[in-house]
Design a protein around this ligand. Structure first.
Ligand code: ADP
Ligand code: MG
Length: 225
């Protein structure tokens, strides 16, 4: 079982959107996915309720309603009962102490950030916290303006690449809120669209990171000689 967690300092950066998009895409690919929504605003849970209100729903991630103090117990239970392949944890804005323990249990942490100076200025605290855990992490540039050459994006990439890696870029696209309002993900709302391609790229990045964790360690020298 792998755990994908989001981390962010500000609200509205697109974390819940990415969580539902990536988790549901993974489920469509056959993974047994469980969402955990730690945000009192409950965007992910509300979307999940819209989606599952329809009896003819496609295969879906499950939703584990849990308080932050219950989460480590829930994760232990899911692991012990082999009930999930991927747990996707969505988080409240701002740096909460309780997030540290969850980060330490995570396999990959994604930090969504909009490509603006104000958003970059808000990054250091959350990046420090993520780095303290020593877990794998990457940034996702979100709500990036569409256009051919956007200076802010090009400037953002070196700034972020100095600190970590970029999992992908998601542009500002009407398909994201439109799909969300209908309880869908963009690959269902607009199959073959650009929004779906952006999400597929991020899931490919996360999947590759997770496969690295599954790889057996290289043989020790004594086993080779
Ligand atoms: N790539 C995008 N393009 C356009 N709108 C987006 C995009 N990502 C998110 N949104 C919209 O921005 C708002 C905040 O997104 P949300 O995922 O809830 O952010 P967070 O969970 O970080 O607070 C929502 O209205 C959402 O529909
Ligand atoms: Mg959210």
């Amino acid at each position: 079982m792998h755990i994908l967690m989001f981390a962010k300092q500000k609200g509205g950066v697109g974390a819940s959107t990415l969580a539902r998009e990536i988790g549901t895409l993974a489920a469509a690919g056959g993974e047994r996915v469980v969402f955990v929504d730690l945000d009192p605003q409950a965007s992910l849970s509300k979307w999940w309720n819209r989606r599952t209100a329809d009896a003819t729903e496609p295969p879906n991630p499950a939703l584990a309603a849990t308080r932050p103090d219950q989460l480590l117990g829930v994760l232990t239970h899911l692991r012990a009962t082999d009930s999930a392949d991927l747990v996707v944890v969505d988080v409240p804005p701002s740096v909460h102490g309780f997030l540290l323990g969850i980060m330490q249990s995570s396999d990959v942490i994604l930090i969504p950030v909009r490509p603006t100076t104000d958003d970059f200025d808000a990054l250091p605290d959350i990046v420090d916290m993520v780095e303290r855990t020593g877990r794998r992490y990457a940034f996702v540039l979100t709500q990036a303006p569409t256009g051919k050459r956007i200076r802010a994006i090009e400037e953002a990439i070196p700034i972020l690449a100095r600190q970590g890696r970029i999992a992908g870029v998601v542009r500002f696209r009407a398909a994201f809120p439109a799909a969300g309002g209908a309880g869908l993900i963009v690959s269902e709302y607009e199959p073959g669209g650009r929004a779906a391609a952006e999400i597929a790229e991020i899931w490919a990045y996360v999947g590759a990171e997770l496969r690295k964790l599954n790889r057996p360690p290289p043989p020790s020298l004594s086993a080779v000689v």
